[in-house]
Design a protein around this ligand. Structure first.
Ligand code: HEM
Length: 467
C-alpha cells in the first residue's frame, strides 16, 4: 500500500519552518465584527453546513492563522494551509496537546485511547501498540477479513436505490466484531448487537448539546454505552489473557515490547474502545465515497474491476497493495472527502505558527480538508481525477502536507495500512460481484455534526454482475 506519503516524525525533530521567536512574532488577528457568528453557537452552524466554505472564507479574510468564534463565546484559531497544519502536527516544540482538545469534542467516552493521550505517556503506549500493527499481523488480519466480508456482503440485496452507506456501516461493524473482538464463537449475535449499539451511542454522544450524564440525552446514552462496552470487554479479558488468538483484543492482551512493556487491563479496555471507533466510521466513509465516484465514473470502475478479476477471490495483502488503480481511487476519495476533515489541538505553552503568536491554552482547529482542495497544490481540485496521484504528476508531492487524511507527526494514524487492507478487500469483493451507477449530478448531502456522512444513506443503483 502506498498510502503513507508522510512518514511518522519524531517529536524531537527540529522545526523546519516558521521557527520564530515568540516575542518577535505577530499577534493573531482580531475577529472582525461580522465574523462573530451567532450569540451562543458562534460559527458552529456555518461549520456544520459546509466546513470547507468556512475554512476558505477564514483563509481569505485572515490568512493561515485565522481566529474563529466557537460555542459559548470562546475564540480559537484555525490553522489553514499545509505549512500551518504541518507545524501543528509535527509539533516540534511540544506545544500542541491532543487530550484537552479532543476530549472536548468526543467527550469522556474514549478516554485513555491512543489519540487522547499526550507526550511521554503517548510515546510509551504507541510503542506497545505499534506491535499490534506489524506487517505479519496485518497479513493475518487481512487474511481473516475475507470471510467476514463475504458473509456480510451475502446479505446485500442491491436494487435501484440501495442505501449503500448504511449497508457499509453494518458491514464494517461486523468486520470489527470479528477482527477486533474475535468473532462470535463465544458471544451471541444478540450480545454483539448490544455491543454495536453501545458503541454507536458513544460515537453519537459527540454531537450532544447537553454535555453531562443526563438521562434521555445523547451524553446520557453515551455514558450507558461506555459502561456496556467496559463490562463486555472486562468479562472476556481473562479468557483473552489466557489464550492467544489472532484478533486485536487478544493481541493487545499479549503484546510485550523488547523492553518488556505491556498494557494493563485498563489500557486494553481503553484502547479497544478507541480503536473500534477510530477504525469504523473512517473506513465506512472512505468506502462509500469510493462507491459514489466509481458509480459516476464507469471507466474507473471498469479499470478497478479488471484488476480485481485478474486476482483470485481472496488476494493476499501484497496482492491488494498491487491494485494500482484502486489505490489511486482510494487516495482521491480520501482527498475529496477526508473522513476526519479537521483535527483539534490545544496549546499547553506559547508557540508560533507561520510567524503568528499562539499563546498557551488556545484551542486550535487544524484544517486538513482545506489543504486537499487548495488550488496552489492541486489542479482543478474539485474534480475526481485519481491519476493526479500517479507518476509523473504526483500532485500530492507538491507539499508534504498537501494530502494529510491520516494526519501527521507522532499522532499519525496507526491504522492506515489496516484501513487500506479493509477498504480494498471490501471493494475487491464488490467489484467482482456487483456493478453500480450513480447519476453524474449526485452530490452527497453530508452531515458534518461528527464525521461527514451522506444523510440520504447514499442510494445507488446496484446490480449483481451475473445478471
Ligand atoms: C480511512 C480510514 C482512516 C482514516 C482517514 C483515519 C484518520 C486518522 C487521523 C486523521 C488520525 C490523527 C488524529 C490526530 O492527529 O488527532 C488518526 C489517528 C488514529 N487512528 Fe486512524 N484513520 C483511519 C482508520 C483507522 C483504523 C482502521 C484504525 C485501527 C485499526 C485507526 C486507528 C487510529 C489510532 C489508534 C489513532 C491514534 C494514533 C495516535 O494518536 O498515536 N485508524 N486516524
Amino acid at each position: 500500500m502506498s498510502l503513507d506519503a508522510t512518514p511518522v516524525s519524531s517529536e524531537n525533530e527540529p522545526r523546519r519552518r516558521g521557527a520564530v521567536d515568540y516575542a518577535s512574532a505577530r499577534p493573531a488577528p482580531e475577529v472582525r465584527r461580522e465574523d462573530r457568528g451567532l450569540p451562543v453557537l458562534g460559527r458552529l452552524l456555518e461549520f456544520a453546513a459546509d466546513p470547507v466554505k468556512l475554512m476558505r472564507k477564514q483563509y481569505e479574510t485572515y490568512g493561515e492563522v485565522a481566529p474563529l468564534k466557537g460555542a459559548l463565546g470562546e475564540t480559537g484559531l484555525m490553522l489553514l494551509g499545509p505549512d500551518a497544519c504541518e507545524q501543528a502536527l509535527r509539533n516540534s516544540d511540544k506545544a500542541f496537546a491532543n487530550e484537552p482538545a479532543w476530549s472536548k469534542i468526543v467527550g469522556p467516552f474514549f478516554n485513555g485511547g491512543l489519540m487522547l493521550i499526550d507526550f511521554d505517556q503517548h510515546h510509551a503506549h504507541r510503542r506497545i501498540m505499534q506491535e499490534a500493527f506489524t506487517r505479519d499481523r496485518l497479513e493475518a488480519y487481512s487474511a481473516r477479513m475475507h470471510s467476514a466480508i463475504e458473509q456480510g456482503l451475502s446479505t446485500w440485496t442491491g436494487g435501484e436505490d440501495f442505501k449503500t452507506y448504511w449497508a457499509l456501516k453494518q458491514l464494517t461493524l461486523d468486520i470489527a466484531a470479528d477482527i477486533f473482538m474475535g468473532g462470535a464463537e463465544d458471544t451471541s449475535r444478540a450480545e454483539m448487537d448490544k455491543v454495536n449499539k453501545a458503541f454507536i451511542a458513544c460515537v453519537q454522544a459527540a454531537a450532544g448539546i447537553v454535555r453531562g450524564d443526563v438521562p434521555f440525552t445523547r451524553w446520557g446514552r453515551g455514558y450507558k454505552g461506555r459502561k456496556v462496552l467496559e463490562d463486555f470487554l472486562r468479562h472476556y479479558l481473562p479468557a483473552r489473557r489466557a489464550t492467544k488468538t489472532d484478533d486485536i483484543f487478544s493481541v493487545l492482551c499479549h503484546i510485550v515490547t523488547e523492553d518488556g512493556e505491556r498494557f494493563t487491563d485498563d489500557d486494553v479496555v481503553n484502547h479497544m474502545i478507541f480503536l473500534m471507533m477510530a477504525a469504523h466510521d473512517t473506513s465506512t466513509i472512505t468506502t462509500s465515497t469510493m462507491l459514489q465516484y466509481l458509480g459516476q465514473h464507469p471507466e474507473w470502475q471498469e479499470r478497478c474491476r479488471a484488476e480485481s478479476l485478474a486476482l483470485g477471490p481472496y488476494p493476499t495483502l501484497a496482492e491488494l497493495e498491487g491494485m494500482v488503480s484502486l489505490d489511486l481511487v482510494m487516495k482521491e476519495a480520501l482527498r475529496l472527502r477526508a473522513p476526519v476533515p479537521v483535527l483539534v489541538r490545544k496549546t499547553v505553552k506559547d508557540t508560533v505558527v507561520q510567524g503568528i503568536r499562539i499563546p498557551a491554552d488556545t484551542d486550535c482547529v487544524v484544517g486538513v480538508q482545506f489543504s486537499h482542495v487548495m488550488e496552489d497544490y492541486w489542479t482543478d481540485p474539485e474534480t475526481f481525477d485519481p491519476d493526479r496521484f500517479a507518476e509523473p504528476r504526483r500532485e500530492d508531492k507538491s507539499h508534504r502536507y498537501a494530502w494529510e487524511p491520516f494526519g501527521g507527526g507522532v499522532h499519525k494514524c496507526i491504522g492506515l495500512y489496516f484501513a487500506g487492507a479493509e477498504v480494498k478487500t471490501i471493494m475487491h469483493q464488490l467489484l467482482r460481484s456487483w456493478t453500480w451507477t450513480v447519476p453524474a449530478d449526485y452530490v452527497a448531502p453530508l452531515d458534518h455534526h461528527s464525521l461527514p456522512f451522506p444523510k440520504d444513506g447514499q442510494p445507488i443503483s446496484f446490480t449483481p454482475r451475473q445478471a
